[in-house]
Design a protein around this ligand. Structure first.
Ligand SMILES: Nc1ncnc2c1ncn2[C@@H]1O[C@H](COP(=O)(O)OP(=O)(O)OP(=O)(O)O)[C@@H](O)[C@H]1O
Length: 296
């Protein structure tokens, strides 16, 4: 289950959704198809973005990966294990391999930072107090919060709370980290720093990240692959590591436009006279571009 090296993106999928469907009963007694027969592969080591308009089905799709939502049909395979057929105990064990963070952090308010991060290690038992202590410190160091170990959530900023949530999610050494709108409650500067931390963690631990967002810049800055979700389906999927290409969805086109703008800025910054001359055309600063949150 654990990983120790930051392997490059593998070719074999760590997460496989096959024809998953999810319907909900609506308030008026009708049926709403939130996810319509989606198949999706997420490769090991990837940072995979799910982006789409409100109500498109992104969160439901994410929650199908750890069976927080149980599919009405289809299969969910994580690390070679089909989750839909597992019993309660086996599923609990399989979920140890899938950490999750949420928009509203979901910390235990009456527990210290230490106890929040130690929580998943304690409930699953088996680890000595010394090992738990060492792992909590390791995870807090990963998110840059060692000095807050004795604080309580109420004493932390939103960004710090989300870092505690990340440390808690990583404590059991999962192969997968699911992120449901992790920066939506944060300001742009805090968002930028949290995205850097997520990227850094991915590189250090090799964890595979699936992130739901409605911010184009989050996808553009962080993700190696993106799927555009529209009306419960994947309307388009493409890599963000290769060259730009024509896209069929509006969101896909907007992501490419953002990438091209960033590439132009990088070329501008790298020009030989970058430090000496005053620009004829004012360049868009990359940091500013990150701060301009492009909401869908
Ligand atoms: N438990 C539920 N019961 C009934 N309908 C639900 C339930 N959960 C989600 N839905 C509906 O399913 C659709 C998809 O919801 P979902 O949260 O997956 O969308 P989303 O793309 O993540 O949207 P947002 O960005 O607003 O969170 C929405 O219309 C939502 O109202």
């Amino acid at each position: 289950m654990s990983h120790s090296t930051a392997d490059p993106i593998s070719t074999s999928p760590l997460i496989r959704l096959r024809d998953v469907q999810k319907k909900f009963v609506t308030a008026d007694g009708g049926v709403f198809e939130a996810v319509k027969s989606v198949s999706l592969d997420v490769r090991q080591g990837e940072i995979f973005g799910l982006i789409g308009k409100s109500g498109a089905g992104k969160s439901t799709l994410l929650r199908l990966i750890n069976l927080l939502e149980r599919p009405d049909a289809g299969s969910v395979i994580v690390a070679g294990r089909e989750l839909t057929g597992l019993g309660r105990r086996e599923l609990r064990e399989a979920r140890q391999n899938i950490g999750m963070i949420f928009q509203q952090f979901n910390l235990l308010q009456n527990a210290s930072v230490f106890d929040n991060v130690a929580f998943p290690l304690k409930i699953h038992g088996g680890a000595s107090r010394a090992r738990i202590d060492a792992r909590v410190r390791e995870c807090l160091a990963l998110v840059g919060l060692t000095d807050k170990i004795a604080s309580y959530p109420a004493q932390l900023s939103g960004g710090q709370k989300q870092r505690v949530a990340i440390a808690r999610a990583l404590a059991p050494r999962p192969q997968v980290l699911l992120c449901d709108e992790p920066t939506s409650a944060l300001d742009s500067e805090t968002t930028r720093s949290l995205l850097e931390t997520l990227r850094d963690i991915q590189q250090k631990t090799g964890v595979t990240i699936v992130i739901v967002t409605h911010e184009l810049s989050v996808v553009e800055v962080l993700c190696s692959e993106v799927a555009i979700v529209e009306g419960g389906r994947i309307a388009e999927q493409f890599s963000l590591t290769g060259p730009s290409a024509a896209r069929t969805t509006v969101l896909g086109q907007e992501i490419e436009a953002l990438r091209e703008r960033r590439a132009r800025e990088a070329r501008w910054d790298a020009r030989p006279d970058a430090q000496s001359s005053s620009p004829a055309v004012p360049p868009l600063n990359a940091a500013v571009a990150v701060q301009e949150l492009h909401h869908v």
